[in-house]
Design a protein around this ligand. Sequence first.
Ligand SMILES: [Zn+2]
Length: 498
Amino acid sequence: VAKEPVKFSVGLEIHARLKTKRKIFCSCPNRYGDEANANTCPVCLGLPGSLPVLNPEILTPSLKAALALGCHVEKTSEFSRKNYFYPDLPRNYQITQYDCPLALGGGLATEDASGKTVAVRLQRIHLEEDAGRSLRSKGQSVLVDMNRAGAPLLEIVTEPDLANGEQARSWLGRLRQVLRYLDVCDGDMENGSLRCDANVGIVGHSELSGPWVELKNLNSFKAVGLAVNHEINRLGRGLAEEKPLQRETRSWDPSARETRVLRSKELAADYRYFPEPDIPVLRVEKDLLAEIEASLPELPSAKEKRFCSEYGVPRADAVTLCRSLALGGYFESCLNALAGITKTPAGILGKTVSGWVLTSVLGAVSGQDEDLPGIQLSPEKLAEILGLLHTGEIHRTKARLLVERILDHGSSTSLSDLVVMLGKEDEREITPMNELCDEVIAAHPDMVANYLKGKTGLLNFFVGEVLTRAGGSLEAGVVRKRLSERLSPKADEKHNNE
Ligand SMILES: [Zn+2]
């Protein structure tokens, strides 16, 4: 009998540091990069006799995240003590939420590489305090920085709905995007604002089902993808060779590109959770929830869909444009300004604007979206240039030159002056077009006569002829303008001037 192929399931536990001014249980600054242990007090140092007090500032960002992720926010939630010993946890317990978390359920979908939707359910979202940081120094000693101790964390736990490292990585990216849209967490994995552990389990195996290995220290998106796949392969090999598999916690070694045993996996009982007596029950009022729900911004997936349906932007472009609020905002401001200038529906202009934003503008900031607000070429200025292109007053090459000029040197000169300045560079491009127009006009004297008698519809014929001869190098709008100039009764005068 052929064995069923083994399947693996992956669940993630994400710790997101909330963007608040103060820590969760004391009034120390929630800020990093300061001198070690500068932002500490008896509460976050865990000194005997100190009393934690819940900072109400944490409520809004955590509820925003819970509602945006479709969770059910519990009317009341409670804090517990999770007991364990660690040098950076001098109290010997962490204040967290255990059996009564802030919110339950919810979910967030992402797409895998093939564009297939991967829906991931959430198990729960809870609040907890961060521990300090242990820094190994030379020799046997350990240095401890407690600036991070007591930082407010939102722990987001998924169901094991992911199949592999690529999906895990993609989903984590989607979650970070949502948290950034909500402005509740800066989402930087490098500085620990966003941290991820992964649980890899075996599906449908009689003895080995459920979460089997917990992966820690996944400090980058790359690490999440590689470590999960490495672990799936390691467990798969172990099963094939019928080796005994341990339930354990493993860490990812990025230089060796492999996972290593950290410790045998703790079970909840190991932590001897019990209710935190110093923090009262957290009650969330209906009114506050309704207020926060109403204030939620448009989320990435909704924005992507809207950019496609309202503006006719191709799906792949919409996904890129919506990757940050700054980029999506730039695009939409430019598009709306252009629609105003040209009196043309945004749905017709979307694809063009998207093309310019994703190439010229994004290139100018080297893909760093956060630099967009300071860019020389404002969305309105780009719209002015694209407006000239739309009406055929300038052609594509000149539009590109204008964009580059303003990106490099700013826009203290008016756009019309810049157009004149660039005129000389432009002649090289215009001459071949003029010659083609003249050729076509000379080849059809009868039609020209009819056109001049009032059969203006013939202009389309001339435009088509020029475009065919140009072999795709010219824009219809520009050619149309040039032809109608040359076919006007005053064309002879102009002709002599060029
Ligand atoms: Zn403190």
